[in-house]
Design a protein around this ligand. Structure first.
Ligand code: RB5
Length: 145
C-alpha cells in the first residue's frame, strides 16, 4: 500500500519506528514530516496528509501527535476526510469496516509502539463493508455541506 504519514514534534520517534515497520513489509511511505523535535503546529501536518489522501496519491494516511486528539480534530475539519483516533486494534478494524476511515490517528503519549503497530495492522487488514454503512457515510458527507 501507499501510505502518507505525518506528525508533530512529540511523535517523531514513533513515526520513524512505524515507517521502518511498514517499509519492512514493502509498503511505500510518503513522509510529510515533521522530522525534528523543534516545536511545530499539528494542523499543518494534518492538512499535508489529508491532501495526499484526497488527491488519491496514497491509499490512506496516518497522523500522530501527543494524544492523537488535536491532529485528528484538525484532519476531520477537511472535507472528505474521515479520521479515526485509535488506541487499540479493535477500533482500527471497525473504523475501516464501518466508517471507511481514510486516516487513522495515534497518540504517542497514550500508547506504545507495539500497540501502534497492532492498530495499523488491524486497519490495513480490514475492508469496508458497504451496505448500510455506506448510507451512513453519505449522511456524514451531507453534514459537510
Ligand atoms: C503538542 O504539545 C500537543 O499539544 C500535541 O501533540 C497534541 O497532543 C494535541 O492534541
Amino acid at each position: 500500500m501507499k501510505i502518507a504519514i505525518g506528525n508533530d514534534h512529540p511523535a517523531v520517534e514513533m513515526k520513524q519506528l512505524l515507517v521502518a515497520y511498514l517499509q519492512e513489509q514493502g509498503h511505500d511511505i510518503v513522509n510529510v514530516g515533521t522530522d525534528t523535535e523543534d516545536a511545530v503546529d499539528y494542523p499543518v501536518f494534518a492538512k499535508k496528509v489529508a491532501n495526499k489522501v484526497l488527491s488519491k496519491e496514497v491509499d490512506f494516511g496516518i497522523l500522530i501527535c501527543g494524544t492523537g486528539i488535536g491532529i485528528s480534530i484538525a484532519a476531520n475539519k477537511i472535507k472528505g476526510i474521515r479520521c479515526a483516533l485509535c488506541s487499540e486494534p479493535f477500533s482500527a478494524k471497525l473504523t475501516k469496516e464501518h466508517n471507511d476511515s481514510n486516516i487513522i490517528a495515534i497518540g504517542t503519549r497514550a500508547i506504545g509502539i507495539g500497540m501502534a503497530k497492532a492498530i495499523v495492522d488491524a486497519y490495513m487488514s480490514a475492508e469496508f463493508l458497504g451496505g448500510q454503512h455506506k448510507v451512513r457515510i453519505d449522511m456524514i458527507t451531507d453534514l459537510e455541506e
